[in-house]
Every structure is written in structure tokens, then in C-alpha cells.
Write a protein that binds this ligand. Structure first.
Ligand code: SF4
Length: 436
């Protein structure tokens, strides 16, 4: 069947990059490829690597929403987009590109602790988002999380709607909340898992019905409309068991050898979220030779290679490490995120990527769980507040904030106007001494 000719540019305006919306930055165009539940087939990974070389400067980024983006794109936007579409990296409908925002665990369907294999429901939710024209009016940032109770799952990123699997009375339910995250959000109700798709549809319909044009996100709507009103009339369970539910946090690293229910996976992170085409090709090759032929992107800006043959997993890890991928969770760079910074973004006050390397070289093994360098207050490289944030105030100068749940923004200002070396030295302390 002949495919409809794809558009040359995105059919809708937004400041966010998309597949067709190549947004200009200081270092060239940016194209964002949204991956279904973070999944990328080996052949698609190779297509992205080739696209980054042929149509851009070879820089590929893993994003904190488990997507990929290509940076430094030159003039041939059409060639790039056609190349990605030919690899099956587009949406079912061009107008549905932006709404493909559904976060899953990178071990969805495989995690030993999971209560629910989320993949079937995730496929239905994505089909609903992409195939329902009225949902294409949702903001490009409007996002849903489906948490199957896995140990390896992002619990801190806020989502407009989050759903978490829970067991009540020997039955699997989906507890849900709005404008928050499973870790810190208030559960507002629950439905049996079979009604999960209907719940998502009903909540999105209500949102579109009640939100004004200025209210693009759920948190904005909730400033003028109570959650009770938004949920009024929906068939949901709202008793003390559900409202008192808290998501248990299960310790899991996203790097190194990871346990699956059956078999093993391997987590590897490109330093500061930036992949070279060689890294992506090597990961694709390993996935095809020793795994299930696919990669998964994680919200920690890393890759997870699933269902690897145990006999080859150490060889796979060594191959990725030889290309500069981080497979050891204690590696200082594995605990640092940095936004694009002034080298690639006109809003950036400092070269955060370069400064992050300086900070990492000084980072204490017991320093805060992660450190985030942001070149402006938008903090677009991290969706939640890091334990320590270095916010640029000028080239090579940062203010250090420590997360404090009682305070808005990045937390408590700990020190001002630090060089990366001074910040590294200050963070070169176990966490408990940072307040001294
Ligand atoms: S946080 Fe600011 S400087 Fe950094 S990439 Fe985002 S907009 Fe640019």
C-alpha cells in the first residue's frame, strides 16, 4: 500500500522539537524521536546512527523522557525525516507525533518485582493517543506514566497523569494521580487494570473539556479546578485503602548487569547523555547477536539491553565500556546530568557539559545521589529536582542548591558563585557533611 506523503514540517506549532519540527539551536537543528515505551529495535538504532552522521554532526542524545534526539542538523531536513520514517520511527499519524508521551519502566514486562506487564496496555494507550484526533490538541509536553510496580522505574518525574499497579484483595489495580509522580503524588483513585484504558481516555477527555487554552498542563488546570470535579462521575474506587496507598521504592541501579524475571539485562549510559553513532551501533550489534534484538532507552539518559545471553554479558559490557559507555553505577559521571549548556543553547550562561566533567573528577563516592548542572533556570535536562543542583550564573560560575522538600525550586542555596573546581571540592564530601 502506498503511504501518504509525510509533511515537510510539523502540522502543529510548539517550541519543543519533534520528528518534523526541527528546532534551531546554537549548534544546529534538533530533531526529537519519540520511542514507544522507550523501545528501539536494533535496525532502528543503526538508522539513527546513520542519520546523525549523514544529516547532522553526529551527536545523538538520550533524553530524560526515554527518547532520542539528533543535534546539529544541517539543511536537509527532508532527507533526515524520510530516513527516520523509513526506519519506522514515525507515529501512525503525523498529527500524533507530539502526543507519544508515555513513560514505562525500561524493564517493562521483564522486571522481577513487577506486578503487571504493562506492555499490552501501553500499546493500547499509545494507539489511543496517536489515533484520536481530539487528543492531538494536547500539549507536546503532556505526559502519562504507566508504572507496573517494577524495581527499575522512574518514580520522581512529574506526569500529567500517572498510573501505578497495586495489589488489593488478590487483584491488580491501577492507582492513579494527577500532576505528580508515583513517588510523591497523592493517589486519587484506582480502577481494575482492565479499565485502565478507559480511565486514561476519560481523564484526557475531561482535561480537554475543562482546560482553558492557557492551561496546557494538568497542574495548570488544577490551579482553577479541583481533582474531585475533574473526576466527577467516573467509575473509580476512592476508599481509604486507595487514598492511603504509597508507592514502595525498590532499590535498583540502571547500570551494569540487571536481573530480569528470566535472564539478564545490561544497563549502560553515555556520559552526560550523549551517544556517538559508534556507541549506538555497538549496542545494536550486541542486542542483535546476544539479546532480543532491541534496546530500551531509560529516563536516566541510558540504554538497557534486554534478555542477553548470560555467557556473553560481560563481553558485551566490556565492548560498551571500551567505547566510553558507563556501566558502573559508582562512576562519578554516571551520577551527573548536565543540560546542553552554552555550547549548544543560546539561553545557556555556562558550558555545563564541559564543567560537569571537571565536577565529576572531584566528586566524592558518597556525594549526593546525583548532581545536576543547569545553564539556566529552565533545567530542561532533568524533570525532577536533583539532590544537588549547580545553577549557572555566568560562564564557569555556579550557585549550589541542595534539594529541600520544604522549599520550591532547586531547594536551599548552599553556596554562591563557585567555579566548577570549587563546586567539585564542596561536593567532595559525604552527603551528611554538606550542611556543615
Ligand atoms: S536548561 Fe536552559 S541553557 Fe540548558 S539546555 Fe535548557 S534552555 Fe538551554
Amino acid at each position: 500500500m502506498k503511504q501518504a506523503q509525510p509533511p515537510a514540517v510539523s502540522p502543529r506549532p510548539s517550541a519543543c522539537p519533534g520528528l518534523w519540527r526541527i528546532v534551531a539551536a546554537r549548534d544546529g537543528g534538533i530533531c526529537r524521536i519519540k520511542l514507544p515505551g522507550g523501545q528501539l529495535l536494533a535496525g532502528q538504532a543503526e538508522a539513527v546512527a546513520e542519520a546523525a552522521e549523514r544529516f547532522a554532526g553526529g551527536v545523538i542524545e538520550a533524553t530524560n523522557r526515554a527518547n532520542l534526539q539528533i543535534r546539529g542538523i544541517g539543511q536537509d531536513h527532508r532527507g533526515l525525516v524520510d530516513h527516520l520514517l523509513a526506519a519506522g520511527l514515525g507515529p501512525r499519524d503525523a498529527a500524533g507525533d507530539d502526543v507519544r508521551n508515555l513513560m514505562l519502566s525500561p524493564l517493562a514486562g521483564l522486571d522481577p518485582a513487577m506486578l503487571l506487564d504493562t506492555r499490552v496496555l501501553a500499546g493500547q494507550i499509545l494507539a489511543l493517543l496517536e489515533g484520536t484526533p481530539r487528543f492531538h490538541a494536547l500539549s507536546a509536553k503532556f505526559a502519562v506514566q504507566l508504572d507496573g510496580g517494577e524495581a527499575l522505574t522512574m518514580l520522581e518525574h512529574p506526569h500529567d497523569l500517572w498510573l501505578s499497579a497495586a495489589r488489593f484483595e488478590q487483584r491488580t489495580w491501577l492507582v492513579f494521580g494527577l500532576a505528580g509522580s508515583p513517588a510523591g503524588g497523592q493517589a486519587l483513585g484506582a480502577v481494575p487494570v482492565e479499565q485502565g484504558l478507559g480511565l486514561v481516555q476519560a481523564v484526557l477527555d475531561r482535561f480537554l473539556e475543562l482546560a482553558t487554552p492557557e492551561q496546557a498542563r494538568m497542574r495548570q488546570l488544577l490551579e482553577t479546578c479541583t481533582a474531585e470535579r475533574l473526576l466527577e462521575g467516573l467509575d473509580i474506587r476512592r476508599d481509604d485503602v486507595v487514598l492511603g496507598w504509597r508507592r514502595p521504592a525498590l532499590a535498583a541501579s540502571w547500570l551494569g548487569i540487571l536481573q530480569q524475571q528470566q535472564g539478564l539485562a545490561l544497563g549502560a549510559a553515555p556520559p552526560l547523555g550523549r551517544l556517538t553513532p559508534a556507541m549506538l551501533r555497538a549496542a545494536a550489534d550486541i542486542a542483535r547477536r546476544w539479546g532480543d534484538g532491541s534496546l530500551r532507552l531509560s529516563p536516566w539518559q541510558s540504554l538497557v539491553l534486554t534478555s542477553l545471553e548470560p555467557a556473553h554479558i560481560e563481553q558485551a559490557r566490556d565492548q560498551l565500556a571500551a567505547l566510553g559507555m558507563l556501566c558502573d553505577p559508582s562512576a562519578p559521571l554516571a551520577r551527573i546530568t548536565a543540560c546542553t549548556g552554552s555550547a549548544g543553547c543560546a539561553k545557556g550562561l555556562a558550558d555545563t557539559k564541559a564543567d560537569a566533567v571537571t565536577v565529576a573528577a572531584r566528586l566524592h563516592p558518597a556525594a549526593p545521589g546525583s548532581v545536576h548542572l543547569s545553564a539556566c533556570p529552565r533545567s530542561c535536562a532533568l524533570a525532577h529536582v536533583a539532590p544537588a543542583t549547580l545553577l549557572a550564573r555566568a560562564p564557569g560560575r555556579y550557585d549550589l542548591y541542595l534539594r529541600d522538600a520544604r522549599l520550591p525550586g532547586f531547594g536551599r542555596l548552599r553556596a554562591s558563585d563557585l567555579t566548577p573546581e570549587e563546586a567539585g571540592a564542596m561536593l567532595d564530601l559525604p552527603t551528611e557533611h554538606l550542611d556543615d
